[in-house]
Design a protein around this ligand. Structure first.
Ligand code: URA
Length: 433
């Protein structure tokens, strides 16, 4: 077999078989196929697409390119959760403890943030002492004991995706549904859980700009999951504005703590509640939506979800006093209010642009080896649907440097106003399975 013939085949819109896909993925991981041929093939996929059968076969080839985690010594049905990424998305820090407190084991691997989106690992590392790299046996022991652990992505997991994703990033081949679906699902399937809940986001701050695109991606991932016998469900959620009010690492941890204590922003709590209901159903804790909701409300009211977070932080070497007393987190040197120069209802709040502002303050990475300043970020005071008077505070900038006029301008431009009433957006539109 020759790679050049397979590139031609895909360019002509023809279907690959299992043997051909194995040749491509195996050859690329082993270094027999060079980057230039792989990128030509992936570009052909961007134009010609893949059939569902090809997408499933590609996912399997990618999944088996490395280690498959064996979580069978964790008791119970393990449900993994994945979000396609957004701004202010601290869901794992709230949803994980809520579901774990209901007795569902959550053994999660997360990634770091890049560009406008923040990563769960960076947020956790803002807690002094917290360790994201623990031995597999300790990870399993911790999940058996407190039902919850989040660790860094195992580097032996899906090496094919690591190489392909880095190449896609620089060859304009990221935004392609079969390539995104196989990338996400190969990692989720290799991570060893029994069921998977995916939060596919759409809107300004997300990969998928429209609900229709998000739905297509969701359906492909569900079909992949089902073909491998995993209960796979998707919440389609609107990322037209940041989730919650906090953007930035320790600011988001503090907001997650507040939410676990029942005092957080409603949009974040509702998303965690809706997702948690699905996860309890997937873990077969109950068959009733109503009962799942009651179980989740109870672990907030009796603070058992909050205690799971404390226990998890302690087990992973973090200083749990920061969770019990969030005022211990170091504050940025300055907290600067940004005042509105317009009035009206907030119609749009560009999540991506605010994510980039937080990154430029030092709260995120422009490139992979940038060092993060955990204390900086933004706290939103106004969101879509709020009425704003001229001179009212839109948001607070937490910074260790002066706020440049360019950044202030970017913040002001992220808010779009109109005179007519604006309804607050619904967050979860649909659950697909
Ligand atoms: N996230 C992934 O892991 N892969 C993609 O291709 C896109 C988003």
């Amino acid at each position: 077999m020759r790679m050049v013939d397979l590139i031609e085949k895909k360019k002509d819109g023809l279907e690959h078989n299992e043997e051909e896909l194995h040749f491509i993925i195996d050859g690329y991981v082993k270094g027999h196929i060079p980057d230039y041929q792989m990128s030509a093939w992936m570009m052909a996929i961007c134009f010609q697409g893949l059939t569902m059968q090809e997408t499933i076969l590609l996912t399997k080839e990618m999944m088996y390119s490395g280690e498959i985690l064996d979580l069978s010594s964790i008791h119970g049905i393990k449900v993994d959760k994945h979000s396609t990424g957004g701004v202010g998305d601290k869901t794992s820090l709230v949803l994980g403890p809520m579901v774990a407190a209901c007795g569902v084991p959550v053994a999660k691997m997360s990634g770091r943030g890049l560009g406008h989106t923040g990563g769960t690992l960076d947020k956790l590392e803002s807690i002094p002492g917290f360790c994201i790299q623990i031995e597999k046996d300790d990870f399993i022991k911790q999940v058996n004991e407190c039902h919850f652990s989040i660790i860094g992505q195992n580097e032996h997991l899906v090496p094919a995706d690591k190489k392909m994703y880095a190449l896609r990033d620089v060859t304009g081949t990221v935004a392609c549904i079969p390539l995104i679906a196989s990338s996400i699902m190969s990692k989720k399937l290799a991570a060893g859980s029994d069921a998977i809940l995916l939060d596919v986001k759409y809107g300004n701050g997300a990969f998928m700009k429209t609900k229709e695109e998000a739905k297509k991606l969701a359906q492909v991932m569900i079909d992949i999951g089902h073909s491998l016998g995993k209960d796979t469900r998707v919440t389609l959620s609107n990322m037209s504005q940041p989730l919650g009010n906090a953007i930035g690492n320790s600011l988001e941890v503090k907001e997650a703590i507040l939410t676990l204590l029942g005092k957080g922003p409603d949009d974040l709590f509702q998303l965690c509640l809706q997702s948690g209901i699905q996860m309890l159903l997937q873990a077969q804790k109950t068959k009733s939506l109503q009962e799942a909701r009651q179980m989740l409300m109870k672990v907030i009211e009796d603070q058992s979800a909050f205690h799971v977070l404390c226990q998890m932080v302690k087990s992973q070497g973090g200083n749990e006093k920061y969770i019990q007393h969030p005022e211990l987190f170091e504050n940025a040197k300055e907290i600067i209010p940004v005042y509105s120069i317009e009035q009206g209802y907030v119609k749009d709040l560009k999540a991506r642009d605010l994510g980039l502002v937080s990154m430029k303050l030092g709260g995120g990475r422009a490139s992979i080896d940038d060092v993060i300043d955990y204390s900086v970020g933004l706290i939103l005071n106004k969101k879509i649907g709020d009425y704003v008077q001229k001179g009212e505070v839109l948001l607070y900038v937490h910074t260790n440097h002066e706020l440049s006029s360019e950044l202030k301008d970017e913040i002001l431009k992220a808010y779009v106003f109109q005179n007519e009433y604006v309804e607050k957006p619904t967050l979860i539109d649909e659950v697909l399975q």
